[in-house]
Structure formats: C-alpha cells, structure tokens
Design a binder for this molecule. Structure first.
Ligand code: PSU
Ligand code: MN
Length: 302
C-alpha cells in the first residue's frame, strides 16, 4: 500500500472499494495532453458519467499538488483540465512530481500502477502507447507496465500511428494477453480493423471476469488487455486515417520533436488534419470503453 501522506482516495471510491463494489480507474493524460482545451473537460466528465450510467464508480487518477489523487471532485477535474502546466507523468515522473508538489496527469503506465496499488482491478482508456514506427528504442513505458501490473486495461488498441505488429510482438514478450472484445481482429483505435489478429476473442464481461480470476489464481503479474473496436457509426475508416497519419508523420519529422512529446503532437496534428472525424471517433471509443470497463468491473465483483 502507498504511504498515507502521498495518496488521497476520494471517499466515494474508498467506500466502493471497501464494499467490493465496482470501480473503474480512468487516466488523466488524455485530459491534459490528448484533447484541446476546453473540450477536454467536457469529455472527461462524459467518460466519468458513462461509468456511472453503467453501474460503477469512476476513479480518475492524477497528481494534484504532489499528492496522488484517486477519484477527483468536480472542482479537481476542472483544475486539472484547465492547467496547461500539468506534467505528463509516466511511472518515471511520479517521484519527481510528488517531491516537487506539482500537478501531473497520469499515462496508462502510471495510472495502472496507481490503480493496482489502491486495489482497483479495471481501468478504461482510449489507446495505449506502443512501439513507434521506425524507431527501435521508442517503446512506450505503457508496455512495460502491462508486463508487470496485474490489472485489466480496456482500450481501443494502440494509437494508429504506432507500429501495431511490433507492439503486438512486444506484448507477447511481456506475456500480456491481447484479447478482442467481440472481435477477432485487433482494433486500430480510430478504425475497427488493423488486419492483425488478437490472441483470442471474448464475447462478454462474464468471460473476461473468468479470465481475470484464473490469472489471479495463478498469481501472474501481467495485465490483461481488452481491445474494443470503436462503435461502427463513429468509425474513421482505416484508408482515410492512413493518409492523414502519413502526413502527420512526415510533418513531425521536420520538427525535431522527441520523447514524450511525440504522442501529444501526433494526436493534435491528426485532429487538425482530419477535422471532426478523428475527434468523433476518439470520443466515441472512449465512452464505449468506459461502458465496457464498467461492465467488466461489475462482472468481477458479481
Ligand atoms: N491515447 C489517446 N490520448 C492520449 C494517450 C493515449 O488517445 O493522450 C496517452 C496515454 O496516456 C498513453 C500515453 O499512456 O499517451 C502514451 O504516451 P507515450 O507514447 O509517450 O508513452
Ligand atoms: Mn515514447
């Protein structure tokens, strides 16, 4: 367990955990670095509301004034969404932001780590990080966290500008099962198809709960990755997305942007080049994943 003075758990989340009621962890980097202000706040609220509408308690995770905060008040969510200086925090950034008493937004890796330490089993997000194209060493710390943190992560696959097949290979090495939720094919974030297979298809939250129980009975330390395709009506077709991603990729190569700034740049550039389309798909998949996450959390506690 985390030291008491480093962490604050919202009373509603603490009560739900004590009663073994369903809780879904949510990340905060997508709020500060994934969407433009001020839509980011509205999207964050909608994700939380979708978790509630589907019978679970949302626990958005962030660092506020150097304190790990699990479950944000409406005011805290607003503060974070309005803070242009909040640091994008992967696991390696946590000690720094805590010691400096700053605000930070947690990535998939950091959110999983904190969720597990606080006893939250299910985490819903948009897209996980992965292996970047053409760069052998640009591998998101999300993949390492998946290899050593036994939670269940619900996502729409990896962001489409990554190298999806190398990312799958990496996850295999890390012993992370990649399951398709009502699909045989790995979703490609904005679009439903990637042309790549998942390890196995699962069709219901109850089935996922059984897999989680078996993992825990074996005391395995890996996450289970549930990949859910974007809803059909909001899909941004792979062909159209491909051209825009290629253009964004060409543009970033002229900028010198590196490291943790690559993903936020690519997301913003793709949104700018595609207009409404990528944004619509991104929001729809987030809400859909929040719903599936809540259903899985209910099945785990049922
Ligand atoms: N997917 C989105 N928006 C985001 C991210 C993913 O649609 O903002 C964030 C997640 O928090 C993810 C992080 O963990 O990007 C990965 O960053 P990197 O590639 O630098 O590891
Ligand atoms: Mn990177």
């Amino acid at each position: 367990m985390l030291a008491r003075n480093l962490i604050h758990i919202h009373p509603e989340v603490a009560a739900a955990l004590a009663e073994h009621a369903p809780v879904v962890a949510l990340e905060s980097t997508l709020i500060t670095h994934g969407f433009p202000h001020p839509q980011n706040l509205e999207i964050a609220r909608k994700i939380e509301q979708t978790v509630r509408d589907n019978g679970a308690i949302p626990a958005t995770i962030a660092i506020l004034h150097g304190k790990i905060t699990v479950g944000l008040t409406a005011e805290q969510l607003e503060t974070l969404a309005n803070d242009p200086h909040a640091r994008k925090c992967s696991v390696r950034d946590l000690p720094l932001v805590l010691a400096q008493k700053k605000n930070g937004a947690t990535t998939v890796a950091a959110t999983m780590t904190i969720a597990h330490r606080t006893g939250i089993a299910v985490f819903a997000t948009g897209g996980i990080g992965g292996v970047h194209r053409g760069s052998q060493f640009d591998v998101s710390a999300d993949l390492m966290a998946l290899g050593k943190t036994p939670v269940t992560v619900v996502c729409a696959g990896m962001k489409a500008f990554l190298d999806l097949s190398d990312t799958l290979e990496y996850l295999e090495t890390q012993a992370v099962p990649v399951l398709g939720y009502q699909t045989d094919e790995l979703p490609a974030f904005y679009s439903r198809s990637s042309g790549l297979p998942v390890d196995a298809r699962v069709d219901s939250a109850a089935e996922v709960a059984e897999i989680i129980a078996a993992r825990d009975a074996l005391n395995l330390s890996q996450a289970i990755l549930i990949t859910v395709p974007v809803p059909i009506e909001a899909e941004w077709k792979a062909d159209a997305a491909k051209a825009v991603i290629a253009q964004a990729q060409a543009e970033i190569e002229t900028t010198g942007i590196s490291g943790k700034n690559i993903t936020p740049y690519m997301l913003a550039k793709i949104a700018e080049l595609s207009g409404e389309e990528s944004m619509r798909a991104n929001i729809a998949l987030l809400l859909n994943n929040a719903r599936v996450g809540a259903e899985i959390a209910r099945a785990v506690n049922g």
